[in-house]
Ligand binder design. Structure first.
Ligand SMILES: [Zn+2]
Length: 149
């Protein structure tokens, strides 16, 4: 059974948006399609994040984007309880986390959503959810993997 992991937001998005052009363009275009793709080095056979022109492990430039299952764990996190910035102040408290994707070197800064704050901990298993925030941009956010799923 395929789990639907996509949330569309019809309200105007007030937070800063990423630059989706340049070396990360493939990454962002695939997120829009509901697909997480991470760069893979064909020289050392490792995957790494964030997108760049050369492998940070071996320096190789034979790099291709490969699909990733969107599973990982919380490497570190913080909980924001206050904000004076539009787009954020209505959402406190919210979780900002570094997620280490399975088999990938480098962490992804993201949000952990739809959870009890007391359940957030370093090492907790998470899975991706694709959040459409504009017509062109889909952000990768994460939810805790519940026991028994
Ligand atoms: Zn490499």
């Amino acid at each position: 059974m395929e789990v639907i992991r996509r949330v569309e937001y019809k309200v105007k998005y007030h937070k800063p948006l990423p630059d989706i052009k340049g070396i990360g363009e493939t990454y962002w275009k695939n997120l829009k399609k509901g697909k997480l793709t991470i760069q893979h080095c064909n020289d050392c056979q490792r995957m790494f994040f964030y997108p760049r022109v050369a492998c940070p492990i071996c320096g190789g430039t034979r790099i291709a984007f490969k699909e990733h299952n969107g599973l990982g764990e919380i490497y570190s996190y913080t909980i924001a309880h206050k904000s004076i910035v539009d787009g954020f102040k209505d959402e406190v408290p919210y979780v900002v986390a570094l997620v280490r994707l399975d088999g990938v070197r480098g962490n992804m800064m993201t949000n952990i959503v739809d959870c009890e704050l007391n359940d957030i901990e370093i090492g907790a298993s998470v899975e991706i959810e694709y959040r459409d925030v504009t017509e062109d941009i889909t952000l990768p956010i994460f939810k805790l993997v519940k026991e028994g799923n």
